[in-house]
Design a binder for this molecule. Structure first.
Ligand code: ZN
Length: 369
């Protein structure tokens, strides 16, 4: 697509007033009432389109960052093709004087999904709505009104290129440029398809069904080849990328394929032992706490962790025990504990090495995570 600023002959930082002036001047030259030629009509269309885009501040801003004005860029993706064209000229990469094809590969699309940790443990099916381009049903990507055809451009005679002599320090140089009449396609479309305005594709919302495998992590991108948008003029589809974010869980955190959590155990349960049921991401799991369990002991429940992305052997659920000491005792409870203390003659507090056990690390991880 020709650069809108070039079409109007204004600089990229032109004021709205300058743009309007340039448009008026060109419109006076090219308007079909004044200038009935086919070339003028084609240029008038380009000029009018350029003016439509650049006179609307919102559309102009989008165009400046490379948004495809014909497609609005509403999906949050779009426009890489235009960026390349802006940087490298309308016929970027098309050397050898051949016309360029209207058919191009569609852009890749990126969609973000947020998953719960439970989705990661088992994998999950999602239907994701994507704002994308689909092939135009009226013209099936041909860009022409049904029953009509593109015609050979009578300016470049189908080559897509025009020669221009440029004076330079080295003398006259003949350069080849994309034909301004057909934008390098070698053909023009006299009757563009009304449904797609000659783009061969239309905007649509499409639902993509995806099985997200177990074991994915935040930042991982899943590639779905051919699920991106259809290209201009019915070109092949781009790819769809799904970027995963795993939201933090209230209870469980992840370490490799293992799940970590803390289990608070009352002082009496820690002394006497007990059988309890914990709610894992798989549902209830029975757990035996042996008498005399200590703060920092780690209880491992085999196979209740995460299924790795490549593999079937699930990780473990590791539970760090934290013994909870009662902070308020009534007189009778206090008397019982004093009796117990007198009976057991527990050793006085004793200094030893700072505890750097697994549970300390686990706790830090839970705090920081
Ligand atoms: Zn169409």
């Amino acid at each position: 697509m020709a650069d809108h600023y070039e079409v109007l002959g204004v600089s990229r930082d032109a004021s709205p007033e300058e743009i309007k002036k340039a448009y008026r001047r060109l419109a006076r030259q090219l308007h079909p009432d004044v200038n009935p030629g086919e070339e003028a009509a084609e240029r008038f269309k380009l000029v009018t389109h350029a003016y439509d885009v650049l006179s609307d501040p919102e559309q102009r801003a989008r165009y400046d960052i490379g948004g495809d004005s014909a497609f609005g860029g509403a999906g949050g993706f779009g426009g890489f093709g235009d960026i390349f064209e802006t940087f490298f000229g309308a016929a970027g990469g098309q050397r050898g004087g051949r016309p360029r094809s209207r058919r191009e590969r569609g852009q890749d699309a990126l969609v973000r999904v947020t998953l719960d940790l439970a989705d990661v443990v088992f994998g999950v099916h999602r239907d994701i709505e994507v704002d994308t381009a689909v092939i135009c049903e009226t013209c099936q990507g041909a860009c022409c009104q049904p029953g009509t055809q593109p015609v050979t451009c009578d300016i470049c005679h189908g080559s897509g290129q025009v020669q221009r002599t440029v004076r330079s320090l080295l003398g006259n140089m003949v350069t080849s440029q994309p034909c301004p009449s057909c934008q390098g396609y070698g053909t023009t479309i006299p009757y563009p398809c009304a449904t797609c305005q000659g783009q061969g594709r239309t905007r649509a919302r499409r639902t993509v069904s995806i099985d997200i495998p177990a074991g994915v992590e935040t930042g991982l991108r899943l590639q779905l080849p051919g699920s991106g948008e259809v290209g201009p003029a019915g070109g092949p589809n781009g790819d769809l990328y799904l970027e995963v974010t795993v939201s933090a869980h209230d209870t469980f955190s992840r370490e490799g394929d293992d799940l970590l959590a803390t289990l608070e155990v009352s002082m009496t349960d820690a002394i006497l032992g007990t059988t309890t049921t914990i709610t894992s991401l798989d549902g209830p799991v029975p757990l035996e706490i042996r008498p005399g369990v200590q703060s920092g002991d780690v209880l491992t429940i085999k196979g209740r962790g995460i299924t790795p992305l490549r593999g079937t052997q699930r990780g473990d659920l590791r539970v760090g025990v934290q013994v909870v000491t009662p902070t308020r005792l009534d007189a009778r409870e206090r008397a019982l504990i004093e009796q117990f203390a007198a009976k057991t003659k527990a050793p006085p507090p004793r200094l030893s090495e700072f505890h750097q056990g697994l549970f300390a690390k686990l706790r830090d991880r839970l705090r920081n995570g």
